[in-house]
Design a protein. Sequence first.
Length: 208
Amino acid sequence: MTFHDPAWLEQERRCLRELRRGDRAAFAELYRAFAQPLYARVLLPKLGDADTAQDALAETFRIMIEKLDQYEDRGGSIWSWLATIAANQARDLARARERAGRALRNFETQWAPLLEPLMVSPGSDAGDRLQLQASVTQALGAINPRYSRALTLRFLEDRPRADCAAVLDVKLGTFDVLLLRAVRAFRAQWQQAHGDDSQPRAKVTVSV
């Protein structure tokens, strides 16, 4: 049976009527019918990441419920409507991921050097290095512990983003957001203590 089969269209309309009355079983029936095709045909091909595609799928069905009263029944299946919602979600998520990636690369370039003093640097002056280490440690200790952990994993231990996400038990996209917030918090704390022009001159190589 396809989404254009008369028997399915009758069943679909029944589910929509019941869903408008708040029937959860009707929602579950529609989800079982449409979730896998939306995921496999629309979301995963556009996003290329299983976790992100799952997030977009959940958002697609949330929007479906939110805008159900606006849906106009023109005799066909709601498949095309849902596929359009899903495609829009995939586009928006891809754009947001691209913006977050650019912002993260910018922050890493500008502020990762603040964390290098915590690593061994034999060629540097011992007194200056220890003083800088103390300042960085103090700044890390003053921010949210989860932020501090994310910075430590990513910069001090130089772990790939995927590994950091696994350690913190979050999705990769969630870790990127967490790391952005962590760097911003660290930057604010550092500037509060040392001023805007006090960034140490150091070079850090961060793997991806």
